[in-house]
Design a protein around this ligand. Structure first.
Ligand code: IPE
Ligand code: IPE
Ligand code: MG
Length: 238
C-alpha cells in the first residue's frame, strides 16, 4: 500500500456526535480533543510524514461564547499534552493560522511547543488554529506587497513558488490526501491553494469515532485513485 506523504484532515462532527448521545457540544469537543491526542501516533505508525489538522477556523469565533471558551480551554491543555506527544513521536509541531487573536498565555504555550519540538523531524504535525485560507492569503499578500514596496522583490519575478513561500505552510509539501469526517463535502476555507491536486476523501464517521481502521480505509481508497499529478500511480500516468 502506498502511504500518502502528507495527509490533511478536517476534524468535523464533534457537536453532532455529542448531540446524538444527548450530551452538550462541549462534551463532543472533549472527546474530539482526546482523539486528536491519538491521531499523531496513528499517522506515525502508518508511515505518514506530514499531518495537518483543522482544529479552529477563522469563522468558528461566531459560535457561542460558551463553546468558544470551552475550545480555548481544550487548546490550552492540548498544547501542554502535545509536548509529550511530540517527544514520543519525534514530531515537529507548527501552528498555522493567525495566533495573535488568542490570549497571551495560549500564544506562549504555542510558541513553547513549537520551539521544543523543532528538534524533531520524523513526523511534521501542523495544527490549523484561527486558520482560514482566505485570511492566510490576505496576510501573505500584505507581506509580499511590503517586500515589493521595500524593493526586496521584483514583481516580474513573482512565481507560484513565491506565493507558496509566503503562506503559513511555507516549506511543507502540498497534501496528497484530504480527509473530512462527519459527512459534509466542502472545504470550509481550508488550504485552498495547497489542495490544488489533492485527493479528497469524505466519510460519515464523526471525528470522535475516527480511529486507525478508518484512517487505513481512507488510505486504501486513496490507493485506488488515479492521480495524474502527484504520488500515487504516477509511473503509469505520465
Ligand atoms: C468540529 O466539530 C470541531 C470544530 C469546528 C472546532 P463541530 O463543532 O463543527 O461539530 P458539528 O459539525 O457541529 O457536528
Ligand atoms: C470546519 O468545520 C472547521 C474545523 C473543523 C475547524 P466547521 O464545522 O466549522 O465548518 P462548516 O461550518 O461546517 O463549514
Ligand atoms: Mg462542523
Amino acid at each position: 500500500m502506498k502511504i500518502p506523504n502528507h495527509v490533511a484532515i478536517i476534524l468535523d462532527g464533534n457537536g453532532r456526535w455529542a448531540k446524538a448521545k444527548g450530551m452538550p457540544r462541549t462534551y463532543g469537543h472533549i472527546k474530539g480533543c482526546e482523539n486528536l491526542e491519538k491521531i499523531c501516533s496513528m499517522a506515525k505508525e502508518l508511515g505518514v510524514k506530514y499531518l495537518t489538522v483543522y482544529a479552529f477556523s477563522t469563522e468558528n469565533w461566531k459560535r457561542s461564547k460558551e463553546e468558544v471558551d470551552g475550545l480555548m480551554k481544550l487548546f490550552r491543555n492540548y498544547m501542554k499534552k502535545c509536548i509529550k506527544i511530540a517527544s514520543d513521536n519525534k514530531m515537529r509541531v507548527r501552528v498555522i493560522g493567525d495566533p495573535t487573536a488568542f490570549d497571551e498565555d495560549l500564544q506562549k504555550k504555542i510558541k513553547e511547543l513549537e520551539e521544543f519540538s523543532s528538534q524533531y523531524d520524523e513526523l511534521h504535525f501542523q495544527i490549523a488554529l484561527n486558520y482560514g485560507s482566505r485570511d492566510e492569503m490576505k496576510r501573505a499578500v500584505r507581506e509580499l506587497a511590503l517586500d515589493v514596496k521595500e524593493g526586496k522583490i521584483d514583481p516580474e519575478e513573482i512565481t507560484e513558488q513565491t506565493i507558496s513561500d509566503y503562506l503559513d505552510t511555507r516549506g511543507l509539501p502540498d497534501p496528497d490526501l484530504l480527509i473530512r469526517t462527519s459527512g459534509e463535502q466542502r472545504l470550509s476555507n481550508y488550504l485552498l491553494w495547497q489542495l490544488a491536486y489533492t485527493e479528497f476523501y469524505f466519510t460519515d464517521v464523526p471525528w470522535p469515532d475516527f480511529n486507525k481502521a478508518e484512517f487505513v480505509k481512507a488510505i486504501e481508497k486513496y490507493n485506488g485513485r488515479d492521480r495524474r499529478y502527484g504520488g500515487v500511480k504516477e509511473d503509469t500516468n505520465v
